[in-house]
Design a protein around this ligand. Sequence first.
Ligand SMILES: C[S@@+](CC[C@H](N)C(=O)[O-])C[C@H]1O[C@@H](n2cnc3c(N)ncnc32)[C@H](O)[C@@H]1O
Length: 216
Amino acid sequence: MRPTPGWLGDLAGRRVLEVGCGAASTARWLATQGALPVAFDLSAGMLRHAAEAADRTGVRVPLVQADALALPFADRSFDLACTAFGAIPFVDDSAALLAEVNRVLRPGGRWVFSVTHPMRWIFLDDPGEGGLTAVHSYFDRSPYVEQGESGVATYVEQHRTLGDRIRELVGVGFRLLDLVEPEWPEGHEGIWGQWSPLRGRLFPGTAIFVTEKPAE
Ligand SMILES: C[S@@+](CC[C@H](N)C(=O)[O-])C[C@H]1O[C@@H](n2cnc3c(N)ncnc32)[C@H](O)[C@@H]1O
């Protein structure tokens, strides 16, 4: 889902940081809205996809390879930061990530991000009936880990409860303006990965946090 201007506030002329941008589709959309985005990701492979998409679409945004836990940007250098599912679930110390985003935002700037809704942790990633039975504890913060043959972790996803996320946001100084839980769109019958109308009509798939660094 693309962010909407309502959540992001005014965009024209705003310096926007896209966190964990992947192929940077959000940053290119922001550029078409008159914003001045900078997109970063840890993965050189994802940034190559972003560069290819820029060539294909003709919409170019600055791309930076960086870790969300150590941002190579000056204090207060952005008016807005956002991400659609980027970086946050993939770092152990998400409070440190939030502190970095807070540092590079100007006072009064917004931080808007989406994550898979924490209650999905309870269920298997199955779009059918098998994804309707609770199999994991909502309160178990052990990460989900996939390993390669050598035993090296190839994918790690962290779980935090809604309360954990809000506590971390408030702890580093953000104010929560809204917590959006989009509902399954009427008439949409598509199935994609774990997403399906069967599950989507029963419980949320995404949590969107709309937050602000208070003005001084
Ligand atoms: C699920 S993808 C979402 C990508 C993009 N936001 C989108 O809407 O398609 C998560 C992205 O977070 C990036 N990521 C994971 N850990 C990161 C970190 N510590 N710093 C920056 N990016 C990170 C991954 O490389 C990946 O591109």
